[in-house]
Design a protein around this ligand. Sequence first.
Ligand code: PEP
Length: 244
Amino acid sequence: MRPLIAGNWKMHGTLREAGALAEAVRAGATAGLPADLLVCPPFPHIHIVAAAMLGQTVAVGAQDCHAAGKGAHTGDVSAAMLRDIGATHVILGHSERRADHGETDAAVRAKVEAALAAGLVPVVCVGETEAQRLAGEAEAVVEGQLAGSLPDGFAGIVAYEPVWAIGTGRTPTEDDIAAIHGTIRAALVARFGPAGQATRILYGGSMKPGNAKAILALAHVDGGLVGGASLVAADFLAIAAAAG
Ligand code: PEP
């Protein structure tokens, strides 16, 4: 399937910097690129980035949404609001949100349902900690997160992001990535049938231009979720070019 390279801009940049980064990505998103592109700015920058990408091939997403459609939830943002300002995707269950905000699998699942109801494509993150990997629990942890975070009828994207590889410059071995992606594929197919076969599974964790080609060539790696390197347009585009 056609790969997707998604950029998670996290909590970085000014409005002006977001606009410049969006413009640079848009300019580099040429027809020959072998991957679809998605950028996920912080909430206050989504609108301007979506406007810059309007009519272009680069999709725009958010990094979280609330599980409720509306209501008394001070400081939160609904999926419908994101859709209203031009987002088409939303990252959910990122390990930083699971850690910083205590998001459980059940909470992530409720957000995924809200995103789907609002017409957003959820990008659901799973991944083990270093202690869990050292204890030989990586596959079981990921299977448990998938079972708990994905609702019945899931139609979205899954991102495998080992927590210990995020922002550290460390990555699992290619064999380890391939093994977990195979496990994720098997779990998706067992639960969702043909839809599980067609679900994109992204790898995330210190993906850079230098390691992208080898990772993106692995079986059941259907793209990447890129943090740090997505803040430099040339690096982000080089990763997308490596998907070919
Ligand atoms: C991420 O947080 O989604 C991520 C993959 O970050 P980085 O690429 O910086 O490791």
